[in-house]
Ligand binder design. Structure first.
Ligand SMILES: *[C@@H]1O[C@H](CO)[C@@H](O)[C@H](O)[C@H]1NC(C)=O
Ligand SMILES: *[C@@H]1O[C@H](CO)[C@@H](O)[C@H](O)[C@H]1NC(C)=O
Ligand SMILES: *[C@@H]1O[C@H](CO)[C@@H](O)[C@H](O)[C@H]1NC(C)=O
Ligand SMILES: *[C@@H]1O[C@H](CO)[C@@H](O)[C@H](O)[C@H]1NC(C)=O
Ligand SMILES: *[C@@H]1O[C@H](CO)[C@@H](O)[C@H](O)[C@H]1NC(C)=O
Length: 290
């Protein structure tokens, strides 16, 4: 019994030792190879099970150049080589997912394995059909995110309340939740998402490096928080048809980097002062965001 155990132990030790040697020589070869990635297995698995939640449907995307990127996601291959996937050069962690216009149709699982990819810096799921599912609260787990886009030209994508957890994403440089009408619909038909004023306030307090904020057709139904005037890196603020009320915070006009401001189609918003060299579309403008 004792002999068996120690034998088993030595075999295990030998296996460990040789796998140590093996991985070491692999990593040496690795470091000399240029642009060679090996995906982490758990990240590969997480991506594959995310993929399984969706079917491919041409009508899920409106971009005429859309194509099903996830078809290249094959288990036996390195996930860093998959379409839409970007890995870090050094750590090989998945840091970018671009599944924009990928003909994905299906509901987003609130517990999706996507949210275990904690090294993600960029996530673009725009122009797919998420079947009216909610934006999962677990989005807040992706604390390294700098770019998040869930925009769409589709009535059937995300709906409901934007989870307050988005305000935990303190590294965000761009946040894009806008939708855009594909046909001349009554505007309120495509306001599927709601953003609570309290969430917008915490977002502006936490994402202090934000450069692009695009929320056209997201129903906010309140006045704009004065904390927006603290976002000194802000270059673009687009809030077309957000049902904004009250006085527009004048300090936003003084933001040093602001180049694009779109406040169109907010009948109850009062803008007291107009200053600065940028384009301003006022409440009554029928123009749509470009
Ligand atoms: C690298 O790979 C080659 C064969 O591809 C192998 O002979 C060598 O032992 C590996 N390790 C190092 C450190 O070069
Ligand atoms: C779309 O949502 C409906 C209602 O929640 C559900 O019954 C249906 O299974 C969903 N379809 C897909 C493809 O997820
Ligand atoms: C998500 O998973 C956790 C445990 O893993 C479970 O407690 C929770 O109910 C799940 N949430 C949903 C919405 O499925
Ligand atoms: C602000 O961000 C930090 C760090 O991510 C987080 O712990 C905190 O809850 C966030 N605050 C709000 C109001 O979301
Ligand atoms: C702007 O930030 C400063 C310091 O972080 C804070 O004291 C101030 O209350 C903020 N102003 C607004 C309008 O949130």
């Amino acid at each position: 019994m004792g002999l068996l155990c120690s034998l088993a132990f030595s075999i295990q030790f030998l296996l460990l030792f040789s796998s140590f040697l093996f991985t070491n020589s692999l990593s040496l070869n690795h470091s000399t190879a240029t642009h060679h990635h090996e995906c982490h297995q758990h990240e590969s698995n997480a991506l594959l099970s995310f993929k399984q939640n969706f079917i491919i449907s041409k009508s899920a995307s409106y971009n005429p150049l859309s194509y099903p990127k996830t078809l290249s996601w094959i288990p036996t291959t390195d996930c860093c080589s998959w379409d839409g996937i970007e890995c870090d050069e050094l750590t090989c962690h998945v840091i970018g997912i671009d599944l924009s216009s990928s003909q994905l149709y299906g509901s987003m699982d609130p517990n999706s394995t996507l949210f275990s990819l904690v090294h993600l810096q960029s996530l673009d799921l725009s122009d797919n059909d998420f079947n009216h599912s909610q934006i999962p609260a677990k989005i807040g787990d992706l604390s390294q995110l700098r770019h998040l886009s869930l925009s769409h030209g589709n009535e059937n994508t995300f709906s409901g309340e934007v989870p307050p957890q988005v305000s935990q994403l303190s590294n965000l440089l761009s946040l894009d939740l806008h939708s855009y009408p594909l046909e001349p619909l009554p505007y309120d038909l495509i306001n599927n998402l709601q953003l609570k004023a309290s969430t917008l306030t915490s977002l502006t307090q936490n994402t202090t490096r934000l450069e692009h904020l695009r929320l056209d057709f997201v129903t906010i139904s309140s006045s704009l928080p004065h904390t927006l005037t603290n976002l000194t890196s802000l270059q673009m603020l687009s809030l077309f048809s957000c049902d904004l009320h009250g006085e527009f915070p004048v300090g936003i006009f003084h933001l040093p980097n602001l180049a694009v401001l779109n406040l169109g189609q907010n009948q109850n918003l009062r803008v007291a002062v107009f200053m600065g060299p940028f384009l301003l579309r006022l409440a009554t403008s029928p123009n749509l965001p470009s």
